[in-house]
Design a protein around this ligand. Structure first.
Ligand code: CMX
Length: 132
């Protein structure tokens, strides 16, 4: 793992929570985009050494929709920036970690991403993400 790239935070209404981050906390909004493969609309906030990724579900089949229904708003995942995502996935598989993806998928910001099952990561949903 290189470093933590971002922390994913599930929100019900992106437009409603943005002023808390930009005005109240005074953090810059980097961009807003839709990630079709995950059915989420995301905003990246620049928190200095790490980004915050605010995630709003775009459809009921989104993992974020289900998370909000069960747990409510809050921290959803932690993403590690990696180099050579397919090799990192294979290494983790060999060490007995359960991955949620067979192959990396396109994620936000043009990155390729894959998730580790929270059941094999002591209750934390981790993401691997590789930027080109
Ligand atoms: N963090 C920690 N634990 C989580 C979790 C999360 N974000 N989401 C679910 N869980 C836990 C649940 O609490 C549950 O535990 P218990 O059995 O002890 O109650 C278990 O995982 C199963 O949860 P579930 O609600 O039944 O949900 P599913 O099995 O349908 O899915 C998960 C859970 C993690 C496999 C699924 O959300 C997934 O595949 N996630 C990866 C993709 C994703 O999260 N995409 C959204 C982000 C997109 C982006 O960043 O662009």
């Amino acid at each position: 793992m290189k470093k933590v790239d971002h922390i994913g935070i599930a929100v019900r209404d992106l437009n409603a929570v943005l002023p808390y981050y930009t005005d109240t906390l005074g953090l810059p909004l980097m961009k807003i985009e839709e990630v079709e493969s995950q059915k989420v609309r995301v905003a990246f906030i620049d928190a200095g050494n790490v980004k915050l990724e605010l995630l709003e579900p775009m459809a009921e089949e989104s993992a974020i929709f289900k998370f909000l229904e069960k747990k409510g708003e809050g921290i959803h995942h932690i993403a590690f920036g990696v180099v050579g995502i397919e090799e990192r996935m294979e290494e983790l598989r060999e060490k007995g970690v359960q991955l949620l993806n067979d192959k990396p998928k396109p994620g936000a910001g043009g990155a390729m991403v894959a998730f580790l099952h929270p059941k094999s990561s002591n209750g934390v949903l981790y993401e691997l993400c590789e930027k080109e």
